[in-house]
Design a protein around this ligand. Structure first.
Ligand code: TXA
Ligand code: MG
Length: 333
């Protein structure tokens, strides 16, 4: 199968209507999309991605007004959040309607609903008459793609078409929000923060992103977003001491000079080879989020012994960045 990269929304519509898969751009990461109402197309997603079928898929809609066709009993908090944050980087877990195949939700009675904000994908969703099931367009377990080229690197030859919408502007997967009895719970951190959600719904929100708290999202169970090179994350100086005499990639933020200083490097170091990659020269958390997955892929391309990553400030989107890095760690369980 040849994989084409382009901007032909009409071609993508045709492929999806005939049950094929395409990669689509969103503001968070690229998605691997198929008709959510067609079980065969959904099966193809699991195969192309190499993903186990117990891990459910997010359903993408053109607008929040469509959500009532695919869900039932939408809580008031969900309505408020959808009105404020969608189209945008947020996914809502809602009781599913029977028309959504069990394969999409891995047997759960809740479906994950997302309204992506990217203009090309908005155009596509309005043009087709069905919702799109789409996980991130990477091979299972690897780093999510934030450019069309990243998708090609992982899924080239496995899908017909990659709709090229340029680099993703957020760079981290959507915030997933769940509703249980009277509680609102964040299941995955993302660009929309707990503080922003609390402002809108006017009450405290729980953050339960660990595996034990959320058996219905097995995607969160084990190492995810991981580089092939073992990755370690924390205080740069400590990590460098632990990994002396190795060929290293160091990912931090600030200028490369600052990162080298934080890592405790002198001109003559014990390390035979060190590559420094900055997430954001100007120490901007949004920029760091946007660059994270590309930097992780770049780190892999050096073929070093280890990737050492600096822990970033744990506020705003920094919480989501740290969450992804924790899961990317070599020994994360
Ligand atoms: O930003 C995003 O959300 C991207 C773009 C493409 O939309 N999608 C994405 O999909 O990150 P994926 O499949 O890589 O991650 C979706 C997460 C998984 O951890 C999955 O377990 C969880 O959402 N999930 C999906 N449906 C669910 C459901 N019905 N109940 C609980 N968790 C669900
Ligand atoms: Mg994913």
């Amino acid at each position: 199968m040849t994989t084409t990269i382009g901007r032909d929304v009409y071609k993508v519509k045709e492929l999806l209507e005939s049950g094929e898969l395409v990669a689509i751009p969103t503001e968070t990461v690229y998605g691997l999309a198929g008709n959510a109402l067609d079980e065969n197309a959904v099966l193809k997603i699991f195969t192309a991605k190499g993903r186990p079928q117990f891990n459910p898929l997010i359903v993408h809609l053109a607008s929040w007004a469509d959500a009532e066709k695919y869900t039932k009993q939408i809580p008031e908090e969900a309505n408020l959040l959808a009105q404020h944050f969608t189209p945008g980087p947020m996914t809502l877990l809602l009781p599913k309607n029977d028309c959504i195949p069990d394969l999409v939700t891995a047997g759960s009675n809740k479906v994950a609903i997302r309204i992506p904000g990217h203009a090309l994908t908005q155009q596509l969703l309005h043009a087709i008459g069905f919702p799109l099931a789409a996980p991130s367009a990477n091979r299972f377990g690897y780093v999510s793609p934030v450019t069309a080229q990243h998708v090609l690197d992982g899924l080239g030859g496995r899908i017909h078409y990659i709709l090229d919408g340029g680099p993703c502007t957020v760079g981290l997967e959507s915030t997933i929000v769940d509703f249980e009895e009277n509680e609102t719970i964040i299941r995955r951190t993302g660009a929309v923060t707990r503080e922003q959600i609390e402002m809108i719904i006017g009450k405290k929100v729980l953050v339960k992103t660990s595996s034990s708290d959320h058996p219905v999202a097995p995607g969160m169970l084990k190492s995810h977003y991981a580089t092939q090179t073992p990755l370690y994350y924390g205080d740069l100086k400590e990590l460098c001491n632990q990994h002396s005499h190795q060929n290293l990639v160091i990912i931090g933020w600030g200028s490369p000079h600052m990162i080298a200083e934080k890592a405790g490097f002198q001109q003559q170091s014990n390390h035979s080879k060190v590559n420094i990659v900055s997430l954001s020269d100007s120490m901007n958390l949004e920029e760091a989020a946007r660059n994270l997955f590309a930097c992780m892929r770049k780190a892999d391309s050096f073929g070093c012994d280890a990737v050492l990553v600096e822990k970033l400030p744990n506020h705003g989107i920094g919480q989501a960045i740290n969450d992804r890095l924790k899961r990317a760690q070599h020994h994360f369980k």
